[in-house]
Design a protein around this ligand. Structure first.
Ligand code: PMP
Length: 409
């Protein structure tokens, strides 16, 4: 029987709660460093010029209608998304051993992957899925919802404010054979700390030796470094090494299509004579899961991304837009670090801000300091000391630096 007494009040989503508090604040110089969405130098959302152009093309298309997409989504979109992620020359694409489904942005892709693994991944010893500590908060919820047991591997070193590679490696090595290892492809959220190519190659060896299954979450391709190839390096390396793996791909950040929910899930099987059969069976099961969850994905964002991805000129313009976004963020990292070190006179004391990459910086501020900054300066960031660099601009970076400097003294 249903008893409403049996439904406890759930805590508010911390990030969306923070957004609401920011909106309510009437202080003139308030700053939002919470949500992970790009802002221009005037702190305004930015519709990419190439996206505007694609929208214009769509609006003029006389054949456009609002019919359902196929279960797997818009084929031109998923095939272009596949090439973007794996590289047009990828052996996996050539050998037709990739199954790709359009999803409800990156979140939907992580979920579809989680659901698929919860049904079909054999875990005779109750092998868990391992996340980095910390990770994107939603990973916990998504994989718990599909009943996969969760464990974490060390990732961030509070001492160096960089990667704890030794800790990560040791944990992956001692994980029970055949565990699922979740990896951020680039621009790790929340820390902004990534593995070097040598570390990726090394962790791949450990994952292979332990027969673990890599699950890549890629939410920032092109947005991190401004270079689409560079940001996809780790995924492509694992595919080249012949791994069987899956990838959740989001187009929220790199196209600025947050609310349109454009994303893709890719499953890559290993090479072999039977690979095409295998991928056919996997795709057939993914189709059933997709059908029961969302029937078919939303069309608008995928149409825009597809137009851009499949047109040489628009694609180049997109790359230009990506460089604008990532370039502004990198400039803000330099400016924030520069001002902070100017204030305390200690060169290198905030070097982690420029060493980290992508949307976020893990500042090392404590929860107490974060709350103090919110109270005194009306600057909003998550309690773990993560700041969205996109919230900084030439007009407020000095103000942010002063407030941060003040609480760490
Ligand atoms: N994974 C990570 C690590 C993320 O940071 C995000 C965006 N916050 C996502 C997945 C998915 O976001 P979306 O559903 O908006 O594409």
């Amino acid at each position: 029987v249903f008893s409403s007494d049996n439904v406890p009040q759930a805590p508010e989503d911390p990030l969306f709660g923070l957004m609401a508090a920011y909106r309510k604040d009437t202080f003139e110089k308030k700053v939002d460093l919470g949500i992970g969405a790009y802002r221009d130098d005037n702190a305004k959302p930015w519709v990419l010029p190439v996206v505007k152009k694609a929208e214009g093309i769509l609006q003029k298309d006389p054949n456009l209608n609002h019919e359902y997409l196929p279960i797997a989504g818009l084929a031109e979109f998923t095939s272009a998304a596949q090439k973007l992620m794996l590289g047009a020359e990828s052996p996996a694409i050539k050998e037709k051993r990739v199954a790709s489904f359009q999803t409800i942005s990156g979140t939907g892709a992580v979920h579809l992957g989680g659901l698929f693994l919860s049904k079909f991944y054999l875990r005779p010893n109750d092998q868990p899925i391992y996340f980095s500590s910390p990770t994107w908060a939603n990973h916990n919820q998504i994989f718990s919802n599909v009943n996969l047991p969760i464990k974490t591997y060390p990732y961030f070193s509070p001492q160096t404010k960089g990667l704890d590679y030794d800790g990560m490696r040791a944990a992956v090595e001692s994980a029970p054979e055949g565990s699922i290892i979740l990896l951020h492809a680039c621009a790790h959220n929340p820390t902004g700390v990534d593995l070097t190519h040598a570390q990726w190659a090394d962790i791949a060896k450990v994952i292979r030796a332990k027969s673990h299954f890599p699950f890549f979450d890629c939410a920032y391709q092109g947005f991190a470094s401004g270079d689409l190839e560079h940001d996809a390096w780790a995924v492509r390396y694992f595919v080249e090494q012949g791994f069987e793996l899956c990838i959740a791909q989001s187009f929220a950040k790199n196209f600025g299509l947050y609310g349109e929910r454009a994303g893709a899930f890719h499953f890559v099987t290993g090479p072999g004579p039977d690979a095409q059969n295998t991928i056919g069976r996997i795709a057939s099961q993914l189709a059933i899961l997709q059908r029961s969850e969302i029937s078919n994905p939303p069309a608008y964002g995928a149409r825009i991304a597809s137009l851009v991805l499949n047109d040489r000129e628009l694609f180049q313009e997109w790359e230009e837009n990506l460089r604008t976004m990532s370039g502004r963020i990198i400039d803000m990292r330099k400016a924030l670090r520069g001002k902070l070190e100017e204030l305390n006179g200690k060169e290198g004391s905030w070097k982690h801000i420029t060493e980290q990459i992508g949307m976020f910086s893990f500042t090392g501020l404590s929860e107490k300091q974060v709350l103090k900054i919110r109270e005194d300066a009306h600057i909003y960031m998550t309690k773990n000391g993560r700041i969205s660099m996109a919230g900084a601009n030439t007009g407020n970076v000095e103000y942010i630096a002063q407030a941060m400097d003040k609480v760490v003294r």
